[in-house]
Design a protein around this ligand. Structure first.
Ligand code: XIL
Length: 332
């Protein structure tokens, strides 16, 4: 069967990728598959570029983990997705429980976003053949703001919103844009894959940001699915609502979790679900690529976060391909 990044590119997408992180890299059998450029053309660090890793103390920056993932992407010819700059979770205590005024928190966000994006500016380059010529574009993409919305469509009341209202979003975007003018800047969120108040709110948020002149280039659809709950038509419609505004979209954290123990019928359904997601991306020209939230059940975040659920990835814990693999290949 065909390798997945090769299939994605042959189908006109920019990449097929995977999340990974430094604790997994000593697993040499895992690393061998991850490194295969025909299989994966893009990497997202699962944790090591988050605020608590990058700036654990105010003005103390630690890029060690993120740098390792960037180095792997460079040596194996992959694109990078930076993940993420401003998020309510995995925040260090000094941010979460600080006593902020709008002025001081603005300065904290500026310093964090500027320093991190500047550090990684221009690390990864990608060649795009346009109709008339071949141009070199920076294809650094950043999840600048992660999960700003509640499922009911209101803004999440985190420390950023409490102090700065929704203005923190444009602030983070402007700062990232100034630090790396060629990077694609995203807002990334979950439960955008269905008809719901949340996708309505995201469309409204994008419209407001565009009116305000904010540098916003894409929306990430995380794609953490429950077995049998993928609707290809809703996913396609929601992605089209975003691309109609002139933005790109990406599936940024795909997995399909199963109530354990998984049966053969479950694995068959999972194959169909993965195929449906890839087909929806294929149906939307502005959907640039698909990223797994790690490729194997051996290193998936699902069992520890959703007790009783698992087997969410296309490779099993022994690094063998599941039916889901063929579902992805067929989707492209
Ligand atoms: C997850 C990581 O995979 C876990 O290792 C960590 O303990 C918690 O965060 N949405 C996101 C990701 O945007 O950053 C999250 O990653 C999964 C949900």
């Amino acid at each position: 069967t065909v390798a997945l990044n090769t299939a994605a590119k042959a189908a006109g997408k920019l990449y097929f990728g995977s999340a990974t992180d430094t604790p997994e890299l000593p697993d040499s059998a895992y690393l061998a598959i991850l490194s295969d450029t025909a299989m994966f053309g893009q990497l997202t660090p699962g944790n090591s570029m988050k605020w608590d890793s990058i700036e654990p103390e105010q003005n103390v920056f630690n890029f060690t983990g993120g740098d390792q993932i960037v180095a792997l992407a460079e040596t194996t010819g992959k694109l990078m997705r930076g993940h993420n700059l401003v998020w309510h979770s995995q925040l260090p205590d000094w941010v979460m429980y600080g006593t902020w005024t709008p002025q001081t928190l603005t300065s904290v966000i500026r310093t964090h976003v500027w320093t991190e994006v500047s550090h990684y500016r221009g690390k990864i380059f990608y060649f795009i053949a346009s109709e008339s010529s071949v141009v070199t574009l920076s294809q650094d993409a950043w999840d600048v703001v992660n999960e700003p919305l509640n499922d009911n469509g209101t803004m999440r009341a985190d420390v950023f919103y409490d102090i700065l209202n929704s203005s923190y979003i444009n602030l983070a975007l402007q700062t990232a844009h100034a630090a790396d003018p060629y990077a694609k800047l995203y807002i990334n969120d979950y439960n955008l894959e269905y008809a719901s108040p949340k996708i309505d709110a995201m469309v409204q948020l994008v419209e407001d940001l565009l009116v305000a002149g904010a540098p916003i280039h894409g929306i990430g659809f995380e794609g953490h699915f429950i077995l049998g709950e993928v609707s290809g038509t809703q996913l396609q419609t929601n992605m089209e609502r975003i691309t109609a505004l002139g933005l790109e979209v990406a599936i940024t954290e795909l997995d399909v979790r199963i109530q354990l123990p998984a049966t053969d019928a479950d694995l068959k359904q999972q194959k169909a679900d993965y195929m449906t997601v890839v087909q929806a991306c294929m149906a939307v020209p502005g959907c640039v690529g698909v990223t797994l939230w790690d490729y194997t059940d051996r290193h998936s975040w699902i069992p520890s976060t959703f007790p009783g659920q698992g087997e969410a990835c296309p490779w099993n814990a022994n690094l063998l391909r599941k039916p889901a693999y063929d579902g992805i290949a067929m989707g492209f």
